[in-house]
Design a protein around this ligand. Structure first.
Ligand code: A2P
Length: 329
């Protein structure tokens, strides 16, 4: 397997590099790709230095799989060029997610839809991945009617510049701003750009991507996405109403038995998910599992995950692993 990482110098790209090593991904050659600014610089992988190359140079080398995390415009322009030469692209940007001809994949939920013909595969948004991971097993059993979600999102989801903004502000240093306001000691209800309906694009991703991944356009979703000064992961307060009633013990067991989910829910000893626990881990953590007594068949959950791992790099690598295992590349 010849693998290219497009955006290898970025936050998600560097976690992909780490994961390929950690998970012993079957690899014959690794191509590290970034913008012209970085071409010729070196990155370390498995103790050896690798030179960064440009996208056209990577295309010349015809990789089997290209893992993209270099923004939507790069992806729109270059993913089809890789696809044309037979490379399978797994793309982290939002460029292809809602394209009807492209699959939007969380391996634990819908990787079985993938075929050899899928040359551009979309990786969902980080906030969506952790939400559907927790909700998919419950949807199967109880059928979701409506979701109300509020997010508390890490600055790492915005990229290097945002992490630096927070670090500078903590140190009282001046620097470039990734957000329109200080993020230190603040909460900004503005993730991604605003759409005409008054919601942000991030909030609408939670609506549209959830319906696509769970393959059910009747699920009603409403979201508020908030950026907070944390770096280890995204948190979500999820209120979900089902068609059918549930009992809490079965909900807990269903979640505990789902691969990729860890239930952290022991109120006697203050155990609940937090970004400081999720940071650096691949699982989605679920806790504060409780019935919403204000209306029938409704449940509250608190869901936390490392947005650079399961929310981005881990999910991408898992899709690549699935393709390799099932001989789809
Ligand atoms: P570079 O470091 O050369 O700018 P992040 O989202 O964490 O800021 O990372 C973005 C990643 O996408 C970086 O690796 C960046 O490379 C890469 N990138 C940005 N624009 C392009 C481009 N036009 N072609 C290739 N890679 C790009």
């Amino acid at each position: 397997m010849k693998i290219a990482i497009v955006g290898a110098t970025g936050l998600v790209g560097s976690v992909m590099l780490k994961l390929i090593e950690e998970r012993n991904f079957p690899l014959s050659e690794l191509l590290l790709v970034a913008s012209e600014r970085s071409v010729g610089k070196k990155l370390r992988f498995k103790g050896k230095e690798h030179k960064i190359i440009s996208i056209p140079q990577a295309i010349e080398q015809k990789p089997d799989i290209a893992l993209f995390s270099a923004g939507g415009n790069t992806s729109l322009k270059w993913a089809p060029k890789f696809a044309e030469i037979g490379t399978t692209v797994i793309d982290n940007s939002s460029a292809w997610r809602m394209d009807l001809s492209k699959k939007l994949v969380v391996p634990e939920i819908n990787a079985n839809q993938l075929t050899k013909e899928d040359k551009i595969i979309a990786n969902p948004n980080c906030s969506t991945i952790q939400m559907v991971m927790a909700l998919a097993p419950l949807h199967k059993k109880y059928k979701i009617k409506r979701i109300v979600v509020s997010t508390y999102q890490s600055v790492s989801g915005t990229g290097v510049k945002a992490v630096e903004q927070l670090e500078n502000e903590i140190l009282g240093k001046k620097g470039e701003m990734a957000y329109p306001y200080p993020i230190h000691k603040n909460a900004i209800p503005h993730c991604d750009i605003f759409e005409e309906n008054g919601y942000t694009k991030e909030e609408m991703k939670l609506v549209r991507e959830t319906q696509k991944i769970l393959d059910d356009r009747t699920i009603a979703v409403t979201a508020t996405a908030v950026r907070i000064p944390t770096a280890g992961g995204h948190s979500e307060a999820i209120n979900v109403e089902f068609e059918n009633d549930f009992d809490l013990n079965t909900v807990r067991k269903l979640l505990s038995d789902t691969e990729g989910i860890t239930v952290q829910d022991n109120l006697d000893v203050n155990i609940y998910p937090m970004p400081m626990y999720a940071n650096g881990k691949d699982d989605v953590f679920v806790g504060r599992i409780r019935r919403d007594g204000s209306q029938p068949n409704s449940l509250n959950l608190w869901v936390v995950s490392d947005n650079l791992r399961k929310g981005a790099a881990t999910n991408t690598i898992q899709i690549a692993e699935y393709l390799v295992k099932n001989r789809l590349v």
